[in-house]
Write a new protein. Structure first.
Ligand SMILES: Cc1cc2nc3c(=O)[nH]c(=O)nc-3n(C[C@H](O)[C@H](O)[C@H](O)COP(=O)(O)OP(=O)(O)OC[C@H]3O[C@@H](n4cnc5c(N)ncnc54)[C@H](O)[C@@H]3O)c2cc1C
Ligand SMILES: *[C@@H]1O[C@H](CO)[C@@H](O)[C@H](O)[C@H]1NC(C)=O
Ligand SMILES: *[C@@H]1O[C@H](CO)[C@@H](O)[C@H](O)[C@H]1NC(C)=O
Ligand SMILES: *[C@@H]1O[C@H](CO)[C@@H](O)[C@H](O)[C@H]1NC(C)=O
Ligand SMILES: *[C@@H]1O[C@H](CO)[C@@H](O)[C@H](O)[C@H]1NC(C)=O
Ligand SMILES: *[C@@H]1O[C@H](CO)[C@@H](O)[C@H](O)[C@H]1NC(C)=O
Ligand SMILES: *[C@@H]1O[C@H](CO)[C@@H](O)[C@H](O)[C@H]1NC(C)=O
Ligand SMILES: *[C@@H]1O[C@H](CO)[C@@H](O)[C@H](O)[C@H]1NC(C)=O
Ligand SMILES: *[C@@H]1O[C@H](CO)[C@@H](O)[C@H](O)[C@H]1NC(C)=O
Length: 591
């Protein structure tokens, strides 16, 4: 944990301001301080209809603040040590992985409720979700949904909102030879309840000798992942998560519990698969296809040269030029790029490829032509490059990789930039790639590459023929993420880092593929043309379906379909852009 420094920003100002700026002619979502906020009696009645499952959140960091609920030295120590543990945040009804600086577990940090909803429904069944949706629709209170709280753009939190926490809606059922799955190339269907995380799902898949298209991190939840598209270490083989969906069980904005599939509400079926979380409905369960257990060869590699040198950037450009060939030959996986490794003299590209159903010899034959060039002192290299890789056989991909990978640490103040690169972008001249990649990842930052698309995503067998997943994915090879972070409570650094990320680094990637876009679940939510960037040509149809299925805007988030039908008023334009984590400051009013 980094050291905290006192922060001058006072979020109480925000709430006071918000209550003052009421324009009665507009329909605005009520805030706790505004006159149209539901009365305590109304909240009590909701609690009764939920058998007492309504909670008033206490920010997770208050345990470190004298005079605040739950304050003890022991609880504070636990909160500090668990702040980076995404499983700890997932088990909390209201906390999320990225809370900004609203209530850090440190006595000298300020603590407010601005990073948290006003009330949380701990949903156990469809009827609880229906009660919450009906309450939000009738009162106009902003509604959000939290599964695990992993969301980087901050769509699973929001001040003054009613939140539905789906974590306790549990269960997984496997049906071998389900004809609906067989029709689309699977061998079984798996029905997964909204509260499940990939660890639970992979355990069931392994026990049934199945392979399932799932997230790379065991703590990520099914809900936001699959509704937003969902990339997987094996999506290059079978398509994205949303492409696996056979059926969804949801509660729509009108409070109705519906079964949605290619025959029942096909337009909603299309929109839910890739149109984004908490936009059209609350997911209760999803049924996906699954494939046989899959022996796989993994190939772990690293290539090192002089930190941040001309050779390093040429190497990175050359490496990217090879990605379409690697992907088309059956490689998939992740790579990490550190121009300067921890202030040392080394610049490194490292990662792991998976080769499903290929032998170690086959895997080596695919990577070796590229490695021979890299290690042969090619004409573009002024410094030596060292490295290579080693293959490893895995009897079952699910057990040996998916369940074995350590969950990532969370809880930092950060933002992701990202862009999806197609073959055309990756085939640009060495010098072009070199210049743009260098601009995207200045030292000390790193770049995370996801070789998770290619053939499998382009040719996915999608139930009903198509879905709302952004067309950018269908020609994708590498999904590039450029993460940034800044010290807690440092507004100056935050502004500098997020501004250069948005205006320089992300733009450098965009220039490589101007008509491509970014992956909504891992993108910078402050990009101005987010509709085109995140949803591509599907946006107009998605917006029509939003108006059809949620005409009153019960669900509202950023950057979500229909966001622009509402206006957010805040004290300064800077805050509107930079305020993160679902905390779009001020009032949310219908335009
Ligand atoms: C450590 C880490 C690893 C990641 N790895 C991957 C990866 O391998 N592949 C990948 O594609 N992405 C990955 N992501 C991004 C991931 O897809 C998003 O964080 C996604 O939002 C997670 O969904 P969630 O339900 O777990 O999270 P939440 O934050 O709970 O929800 C995310 C969004 O979905 C909505 N939502 C959640 N549940 C429901 C529901 N039941 N009904 C309606 N809306 C719902 C929320 O309201 C919110 O808008 C990763 C993120 C992190 C932090
Ligand atoms: C809801 O009711 C339960 C049980 O009576 C109670 O413990 C809880 O505090 C109530 N929630 C709120 C927000 O009042
Ligand atoms: C609180 O805990 C920390 C570390 O666990 C310890 O160093 C400190 O002395 C404790 N303070 C008190 C007042 O007990
Ligand atoms: C992370 O949190 C979970 C849930 O609270 C807990 O079971 C697990 O032990 C924690 N992991 C670590 C490394 O503390
Ligand atoms: C799994 O099947 C059981 C028994 O039919 C049922 O009670 C349960 O709700 C099902 N779970 C899911 C996630 O569908
Ligand atoms: C899974 O496969 C193993 C090894 O082939 C076999 O022993 C086991 O019975 C299978 N389990 C199931 C549930 O099919
Ligand atoms: C760099 O340092 C961090 C933190 O000390 C460590 O986790 C990481 O493994 C290091 N990276 C490399 C490539 O050695
Ligand atoms: C590359 O450098 C990193 C960081 O110093 C090191 O961990 C790794 O082993 C090196 N790889 C090779 C092939 O030398
Ligand atoms: C904020 O961060 C920057 C860069 O990391 C640092 O130079 C500056 O001193 C920090 N400001 C404060 C108030 O800590």
């Amino acid at each position: 944990m980094r050291i905290f420094i006192p922060f001058l920003f006072n979020s109480a100002l925000y709430l006071n301001w918000a209550s003052a700026a009421t324009n009665p002619s507009q329909h605005c979502k009520p805030l706790p301080s505004s006159p149209n906020w539901p009365s305590l009696e109304q909240w009590h009645a909701l609690n009764e209809s939920l058998s007492g499952q309504l909670h008033a959140p206490i920010p997770a960091g208050t345990v470190c603040h004298a005079g605040q609920p739950g304050y003890t030295n022991t609880s504070c120590t636990i909160a500090k040590t668990q702040w980076g543990n995404s499983s700890w945040h997932a088990n909390n009804p209201w906390s999320t992985d990225y809370n900004d600086d609203t209530c850090l577990p440190d006595p000298i940090a300020p603590c407010s409720t601005a990073g948290y909803p006003a009330y949380v429904v701990e949903a156990l069944a469809a009827s609880d979700v229906q009660e919450a949706v009906n309450f939000a629709r009738q009162t106009g209170v902003r509604l959000i949904v939290k599964g695990t709280g992993h969301d980087w753009p901050g769509r699973s939190s929001g001040p003054g909102a009613l939140s539905i926490w789906t974590h306790r809606i549990r269960g997984i059922n496997v049906t071998h030879n389900d004809p609906r799955a067989v029709a689309y190339g699977g061998v079984a269907s798996v029905k997964i309840a909204a509260g499940m995380q990939w660890r639970d799902i992979y355990q069931q898949a392994a026990a049934h000798n199945l392979t399932i298209v799932g997230g790379g991190d065991v703590n990520v939840g099914i809900g936001g992942w699959i509704l937003g598209g969902g990339h997987s270490p094996i999506s290059s083989r079978f398509g994205l998560g949303a492409d696996q969906v056979l059926e969804l069980e949801v509660v729509t904005a009108d409070g109705k519990h519906r079964i949605v599939n290619e025959n029942s509400y096909p337009d909603l079926f299309w929109a839910l698969r890739g149109g984004g979380g908490s936009t059209y409905a609350v997911l209760l369960s999803v049924t996906v296809k699954a494939y046989p257990r899959m022996p796989t060869t993994a190939y772990v590699f690293s290539y090192n040269t002089t930190a941040n040198s001309d050779t390093f950037w040429s190497l990175l450009a050359y490496f990217h030029q090879q990605l379409p060939m690697l992907s088309d030959s059956g490689a998939m996986g992740y790579y990490f790029v550190e121009p300067t490794v921890n202030s040392t003299a080394v610049g490194m590209i490292a990662g792991g490829w998976f080769f499903p159903e290929k032998t170690t010899d086959q895997a080596k034959a695919i990577v070796s032509p590229m490695e021979k060039v890299i290690l042969s002192y090619p004409s573009w290299a002024k410094d030596p490059i060292v490295g290579g890789g080693f293959p490893e056989e895995m009897d079952d991909f699910t057990t040996s990789f998916c369940l074995a990978a350590e969950p990532q640490s969370v809880g930092v103040d950060g933002r992701l930039g990202s862009w999806i690169l197609d073959k055309k972008a990756l085939s640009k001249p060495l010098d072009t790639l070199k210049t743009q990649l260098k601009k995207s990842t200045p030292t000390p930052w790193m770049l995370l590459g996801h070789l998770v698309a290619g053939k499998g995503v382009r040719d996915a067998k999608i139930p009903g023929g198509s879905n709302a997943v952004s067309p950018h994915w269908r020609s994708a090879y590498s999904h590039i993420v450029i993460p940034r972070s800044w010290p807690y409570l440092n507004a100056t650094d935050k502004a500098a880092v997020t501004t250069s990320l948005r205006n320089e680094a992300n733009e450098a990637l965009r220039e490589l593929a101007p008509t491509s876009g970014a992956y909504m679940n891992e993108a910078d939510p402050t990009i101005s043309d987010w509709q085109e960037v995140l949803y591509g040509d599907h946006y107009p149809r998605l917006l029509e379906l939003k108006k059809k299925w949620d005409p009153e805007g019960v669900f509202w988030c950023k950057p979500c379909v229909g966001n622009e039908l509402w206006e957010v008023t805040g004290p300064s334009s800077m805050d509107k852009v930079e305020w993160g984590i679902g905390q779009t400051g001020g009032k949310i009013c219908r335009k």
